[in-house]
Design a protein around this ligand. Structure first.
Ligand SMILES: *[C@@H]1O[C@H](CO)[C@@H](O)[C@H](O)[C@H]1NC(C)=O
Ligand SMILES: *[C@@H]1O[C@H](CO)[C@@H](O)[C@H](O)[C@H]1NC(C)=O
Ligand SMILES: *[C@@H]1O[C@H](CO)[C@@H](O)[C@H](O)[C@H]1NC(C)=O
Ligand SMILES: *[C@@H]1O[C@H](CO)[C@@H](O)[C@H](O)[C@H]1NC(C)=O
Ligand SMILES: *[C@@H]1O[C@H](CO)[C@@H](O)[C@H](O)[C@H]1NC(C)=O
Length: 949
């Protein structure tokens, strides 16, 4: 850095002198007499200018950097600095007394040696809305002795707030809010309370005050009018009266979810000056008291997420100055009071996510509403006409209620956000929507609407970002269109009965999410789909259609989720899929794809779900699963894969579901998977595995396995006693205490084909308590070990079609969750243990084709089984068989001549009349990702996104 001009050289000289003569604290004032202008110039030249340092930001009270521009760009060295933009001088002394460089694109650090601190006469300093690169707030700020206003908000400061801030004893306003978790510790907080007695405004939002005692807030200056501590991690109990500050007008304690403000009733709600109150995310668990209406000046009230109960007080209608009311996400019940909708100045009303019932009133007088959000309640009746006559309405969100009837035409065109989804609306969509030139969000999902996607309707909606018509009666598409939706990011036309790809997408380049699932779209996937969102599309759902032909070689670089299951695709998996380096879920199941499993897929370090089941893939499974991979579910069931299982599957440390059933895979039992701590489902049924299972190689094999299906292979030898001993997850599920959960994640619900109660069915969702062992159709021999009785959470046990001998262990009577038990087609002898009568959930029992003898246990479940459960035993007697028991017959061993042939096959299978209920063969929820995040997420998060761009 070179010294430019004589002013700077002089500055360098002074700095040098100050070091020589050790001038510590009087240093700055001695310098100021030389040139504040050169100090300013040098401060400016130490920073760079970037538009991104001053992004615009809106929150309830805050509107930052709306029209930012670089103020210092117009500063000229040859001019007197008092005339510079943002600089204010005293009329007589010509001292620089004010500096306002808010939202000026300033970017770079402010170190302690910055010349900013050579302006000793400053009274106001505003550097808000810039980005000082995570700088610490320098202790030098404490030297501005005459400062009355200091604003360093939204400027990327971080670290500890220095003690020296408490030297600014003339401060009237201190704003350090919206930085990166500035740390405020108790010593500096105490000094601030003690010394800054003139303070009227204190704003520290987004700081870390987690170590501050909440009660100390009561010691703040009594002249305080603004106290803003939103999202400051405050915790503990604030006793007494949190509204006790006598002059307070703005109080923001929102997003401090660990703060306890005690009961409302203890609080003095008569603060007549209070205009702004935000207590969102603080839990009260009580009714909102009527006397809230004493706060006559209140303009803005935010009690969202406060766990409030009871009905909404009618007296809120007395707060005639109210412009904004947010009480969403509480447990309010009852009717929506008419008095609220009649408030003359109300522009924002958020009451979504409550339990409000009944219809909306027919007549209201408050017509200033800009934002009306009543989603996720139980509101019903028709949509009243006043809703369509609000001249300033920008946001209307009535989704997830029970509204019926048709949607009227809107009289005005101001809407930007319209969500009427998840109701029972019918008819067509209002034509007036075509005039909403500023509309960005349109959801009419899940109604009974008849919608025609046609050109006139959408040609003007150039700002549309989200369009969701999913789950409606019928959507016709007029594909002779010329219009485009240049800003479309999310399109959901799932379950709309459409048979073509919507061609208006063709020129869209910003698409993030495309859901056309559950339609009747036929023919090939068009090539232009590859251009739609080439660099942006991350979610593509085409499942459950009639798509044919090969999967086109689309270069979806940004794709993270691909669902194309249940179509009629043929050909190979395209090689360009290897370019989708962020691919997280790939579901191509239930098609007719051929060729091999691409190597790149198993080499991925990102892929979590690989579902290629029910295709015609052949060849071996690639052997190169990498270490550190993220696989959670690998399903290759129902292909023609052959060869042995790759050992590198053991690298899948996150694996929960592995289903390789119905292939031609050979080799021995994959004991090397027993160390996978998360593995819950292992299915290798109907392959060519062979040999003896042997003993585990680790101390606690398969610690979380709950579904083990190795049936229909060529395993032989004894049942693996040691494995049964350690299948921990099968021994200890206490169902009564476990809430019903399903495996998988929001976007991908694990599903599985299992043999259940004698039927091969697809479980659309897998309950996490579902526990099955199926070893049927192998050649296991020897006896069934008693130890199986420890696997208490088992719901199904199938050892049928083996060569098992010996008795049925009486310990099976401990399998108290058992719902089906199939031991048929073995060589079991002896009596059926009486203990089995204790299995109160047992619905299906098959002991046929064995050599059992004696009395069939009676009572309880055993009264419900019929003859089929016992056929071909001949030594059994008693109900339901016609053979009566006498004491002689019961003890008689079975005649040897009745021994059955080993490999007898059932005639028509065993006919179970099982009622397959309770396993959630329900719907998978179509998931629109990220909607909620944008609707109710923390504003902070969005800002960070902005900053990242
Ligand atoms: C100011 O301090 C910073 C960090 O301590 C240092 O990198 C920089 O060179 C200093 N600038 C001047 C002009 O001394
Ligand atoms: C209080 O302010 C005065 C004057 O600015 C200062 O000298 C003193 O050190 C401050 N005291 C504390 C505890 O910060
Ligand atoms: C407040 O509203 C209630 C119910 O609407 C009404 O009975 C009461 O008189 C009002 N109180 C005042 C002070 O206006
Ligand atoms: C609306 O809901 C209320 C309360 O749940 C119920 O009593 C009423 O019958 C419903 N009205 C209609 C039109 O469905
Ligand atoms: C659309 O937005 C622009 C810019 O905010 C505004 O000037 C215009 O009035 C809006 N149009 C309608 C129909 O509200």
């Amino acid at each position: 850095m070179g010294c430019l001009g004589w002013k700077y050289q002089l500055f360098c000289l002074v700095v040098l002198l100050s070091f020589l003569f050790h001038l510590p604290s009087s240093f700055s004032s001695s310098l100021s007499s030389i040139s504040p202008c050169s100090a300013l110039l040098h401060f400016n030249s130490s920073l760079s200018l970037h538009r991104s340092a001053s992004p615009s930001y809106y929150a309830s009270r805050i509107q930052m950097c709306d029209n930012s521009y670089p103020k210092t760009a117009s500063w000229k060295e040859d001019k007197e600095c008092c005339s510079w933009d943002g600089v204010e001088c005293d009329q007589t002394t010509r001292h620089v007394i004010g500096l306002d460089l808010s939202c000026s694109w300033l970017n770079g650090p402010i170190h302690s040696n910055s010349t900013l601190f050579f302006l000793p006469h400053l009274r106001t300093l505003n550097l808000a809305g810039n980005c000082f690169n995570e700088s610490l707030i320098s202790p030098e700020f404490g030297k501005f002795k005459t400062l009355t206003h200091l604003n360093l908000s939204f400027s990327c400061f971080s670290g500890k707030i220095p003690n020296e801030i408490s030297h600014l004893s003339s401060l009237v306003s201190l704003d350090l809010s919206l930085n990166d978790e500035l740390l405020i510790e108790t010593p500096v907080w105490k000094r601030v309370i003690y010394n800054l007695t003139q303070l009227r405004e204190l704003l520290l939002d987004w700081s870390d005050m987690s170590s501050i005692r909440a009660n100390s807030l009561m010691n703040l200056s009594s002249s305080l009018t603004t106290l803003s501590l939103n999202d400051c991690m405050l915790q503990g109990k604030l006793q007494n009266n949190f509204l006790g500050l006598p002059s307070i007008q703005t109080l923001d304690l929102g997003f401090n979810d660990n703060l306890d403000l005690g009961p409302f009733s203890k609080c003095n709600w008569s603060s007549i000056y209070l205009k702004f109150l935000d207590l969102s995310f603080i839990s009260f668990s009580e009714e909102l008291p009527n006397f809230i209406s004493n706060m006559k000046s209140l303009k803005h009230l935010n009690l969202a997420n406060c766990n409030l109960i009871g009905s909404i007080p009618i007296s809120l209608g007395n707060l005639t100055k109210l412009t904004s009311l947010d009480m969403s996400s509480n447990n309010f019940s009852g009717l929506l009071p008419l008095s609220l909708l009649n408030l003359p100045n109300l522009s924002t009303l958020h009451l979504g996510y409550n339990q409000l019932v009944g219809p909306l009133p027919n007549h209201v007088s408050g017509f200033n509403l800009i934002d009306l959000s009543l989603g996720s309640n139980f509101l019903n009746g028709t949509l009243p006409s006043w809703l369509f006559n609000l001249p300033s309405l920008v946001t209307l969100s009535l989704d997830d209620n029970q509204f019926i009837g048709e949607i009227d035409e809107f009289k005005y065109n101001s809407l930007e956000y319209l969500d009427l989804g998840y109701n029972k609306l019918q008819g067509s969509i209002p034509r007036s929507i075509s005039r909403f030139v500023n509309l960005t969000y349109l959801s009419l999902s899940s109604n009974n609407l008849s919608i025609m996607l046609e050109s006139e309707m959408f040609s003007k909606l150039k700002n549309l970002e989200l369009l969701d018509f999913s789950n409606n009666n019928l959507v016709g598409i007029n594909n002779n269109v010329t219009y485009t939706l240049p800003n479309l990011q999310l399109l959901n036309l799932s379950s709309c009965n459409i048979s073509e790809f919507p061609i208006f997408l063709r020129t869209t380049t910003t698409l993030l999410l495309l859901d056309l699932s559950k339609n009747k779209i036929y023919g090939q996937i068009p090539r232009w789909l590859g251009d739609v969102g080439r660099d942006s599309l991350y979610f593509l759902d085409l499942r459950d259609n009639l798509l044919q032909g090969p999967f086109p070689n689309l270069s979806f670089l940004s794709l993270r989720y691909i669902f194309v299951s249940n179509n009629k695709l043929i050909g190979e998996i395209p090689s360009l899929i290897c370019n989708a380096s962020s691919l997280y879920v790939l579901d191509l199941s239930h098609n007719n794809l051929s060729g091999m499993v691409p190597k790149c897929l198993v080499q991925s370090n990102v892929l979590s779900v690989l579902d290629l089941r029910m295709n015609s893939l052949h060849g071996t499974i690639p052997t190169t699963f990498s270490t550190g991979n993220k696989f959670r579910n690998i399903n290759l069931n129902g292909n023609q894969l052959e060869g042995p299982l790759p050992r590198s599957l053991a690298n899948c440390r996150n694996l929960e579901v592995l289903d390789l059933g119905s292939n031609k895979i050979n080799g021995t039992f994959p004991y090397w998977l027993e160390g996978l701590l998360n593995l819950q489902v292992l299915v290798i049924r109907s392959n060519k595995f062979q040999g003896c299972i042997g003993n585990p190689k680790t101390k606690f094999p398969f610690p979380n396995l709950r579904i083990l299906d190795i049936s229909n292979n060529e395993f032989n030898g004894p049942l693996p006693i040691k494995y049964f001993k350690f299948l921990k997850a099968m021994t200890n599920v206490d169902e009564g205490k476990v809430a019903i959960k399903y495996m998988g994640e929001g976007y991908y619900q694990d599903s599985l084909n299992v043999m259940m109660k004698g039927l091969y069915i697809e479980l659309v969702r897998i309950q996490t308590v579902f526990t099955i062992i199926d070893f049927s159709k192998n050649s296991f021999s020897g006896e069934m070990p008693q130890i199986i009785g420890r696997l208490k959470s088992l719901k199904g046990l199938n050892f049928s079609h083996n060569n098992l001998t010996g008795y049925i262990p009486s310990s099976f009577g401990n399998l108290s969750n058992l719902e089906w038990l199939d031991l048929s087609f073995n060589k079991l002898i002896g009596e059926i243990p009486r203990q089995l009568a204790n299995l109160s959930w047992l619905e299906v029992l098959n002991l046929s084709h064995n050599q059992l003898t004696g009395h069939i246990p009676s009572g309880k479940q055993f009264n419900t089984f019929d003859n089929d459960s016992y056929t071909e035993n001949l030594g059994l007697c008693g109900f339901p068989l016609s053979t009566k028991c006498n004491s002689y017959a019961a003890k008689k061993p079975p005649p040897l001549t009745l021994q059955q042939k080993d490999n007898i096959e059932p005639q028509n299978g065993f006919s179970w009349q099982a009622i397959l209920m309770g396993y959630g063969c329900g719907v998978i929820f179509g998931m629109l990702m990220g909607y909620l995040m944008f609707k109710i997420g923390k504003p902070k998060w969005i800002v960070r996104m902005v900053k990242l761009e």
